[in-house]
Ligand binder design. Structure first.
Ligand code: SAM
Length: 370
């Protein structure tokens, strides 16, 4: 098998028992069929956002009537990217942005064999795959900040949502379709507690669906990520109570929340195998096993915070059974019951698979505390 994915033996066995690995790995290298925006229904209508997208030359569409806030635009590509004599090497994170059309910024440059004003190839670190070409703004010396290469052709071309007026005005939030469907499946109401909040997509969506008739309390352990989420909250105009705390102890730190939540969101760190596009990826077996041990701790707290009859959304952006189905087994042993929900990809609990659905890989499940 020829692919830039270095996964541990147990991970490969886990994925191999569910999927055609060649097709799966090939699909992880593509961004999926479209990129989507969630319209902030508290501030704008889908029609208004679609109008601006059309003015910018995009052809937006609403993929599912059940999720009217989802507005998507097709991704163009793949385009053939030549390897030119002059090149710069970009780190994985920067290479994956450039791959879908972003410019390359200096902090993402690992090595430069460029000359200012000349055409260069941008190569991904490690695999040295050409991900884009562009006009270099830098030479061999790399400045600390600023644009390093202005991209003229990238492997894929994604819509530039952040340049929209609607983005500046907090009327939209770029988000994957499966993530939106996950929060819809939770049917937010009353008190919603998010145990893994940043960058905030699911908390924000829940807040919007509550339409002022409930409350969102979000936990995020990383100060840096919480600060970024706060900036997004300001942009969107949302009032969410954000706790910069380790949510594994939420029941002890906030006893007043015990058995008070109507809904809990558990969207914990995972091996992120479903996040696309990837130029390459490496995950060790311990990563998956440690993720599982970490994930079940949030499920335990969710059980304590939920009222009887309350619902938990358990979702991940990964595809292993260990971090999805096996976490559900643990949840059921704890007392949770699986609630089936219709989704565009079948009944939840459901796994969205890139090569089957041309969407980012995602797991969606709803569980009830009886
Ligand atoms: C997959 S991301 C969540 C994405 C988010 N739900 C969204 O839709 O935008 C997982 C988040 O959990 C946070 N996290 C990890 N351990 C945590 C803990 N012990 N308590 C609270 N948050 C934690 C991570 O910092 C990260 O921001």
């Amino acid at each position: 098998m020829k692919h830039p994915f270095w996964y541990g033996k147990l991970i490969l066995e886990d994925l191999g028992s569910q999927f055609n690995l060649d097709e799966l790995f090939e699909s992880l290298r593509t961004p999926g069929r479209h990129m989507c925006l969630r319209v902030n229904l508290l501030k704008a209508s889908p029609e208004e956002v679609m109008e601006e997208l059309e003015e910018k030359g995009y052809k937006p569409y609403q993929p599912f009537k059940e999720v009217p806030e989802a507005v998507c635009v097709r991704v163009e590509g793949p385009f053939e990217i030549p390897r030119l004599e002059r090149f710069v090497i970009a780190d994985k994170y920067a290479a994956e942005s450039v791959y879908v059309g972003a410019n390359l910024y200096s902090p993402g440059v690992l090595k430069s064999e460029a000359e200012p004003g000349r055409e260069v190839s941008i190569l991904a670190e490690r695999t040295l795959e050409p991900v884009a070409i562009g006009i270099s703004k830098i030479g061999r010396e790399v400045p600390e900040r600023g644009i390093a290469v202005e991209v003229t052709l990238s492997k894929y071309k994604a819509p530039k949502f952040r340049e929209l007026k609607a983005f500046e005005e907090g009327k939209v939030y770029p988000q994957s379709l499966p993530a939106m469907v996950a929060v819809r499946a939770l049917e937010p109401e009353g008190l919603v507690v998010d145990l893994n909040a940043a960058p905030g997509g699911k908390s924000f969506h829940a807040y919007e669906l509550l339409k002022g008739k409930g409350k969102v309390i979000s936990f995020e352990v990383s100060k840096k990520r919480a600060n970024k989420m706060r900036r997004e909250m300001r942009r969107l105009g949302h009032e969410i109570e954000l706790m910069v705390k380790d949510s594994r102890y939420a029941d002890l730190d906030f006893p007043e929340l015990v058995e008070k939540a109507d809904r809990v969101i558990v969207d914990p760190p995972c091996t992120s195998i479903g996040v696309i596009p990837k130029v390459w990826d490496e995950k060790k077996d311990e990563d998956m096993l440690n993720s599982f041990k970490y994930q079940i701790q949030f499920v335990k707290v969710a059980y304590k915070l939920l009222k009887k009859g309350g619902l938990m959304l358990y979702s991940t952006c990964t595809l292993t059974k260990k971090e999805n189905e096996e976490v559900l087994d643990f949840a059921q042993e704890l007392g949770f019951e699986i609630v089936e929900r219709d989704t565009p990809w079948g009944k939840a609990p459901v796994k969205v698979v890139p090569y089957v659905h041309q969407e980012p890989g995602f797991f969606i499940s709803i569980l009830k505390k009886p």
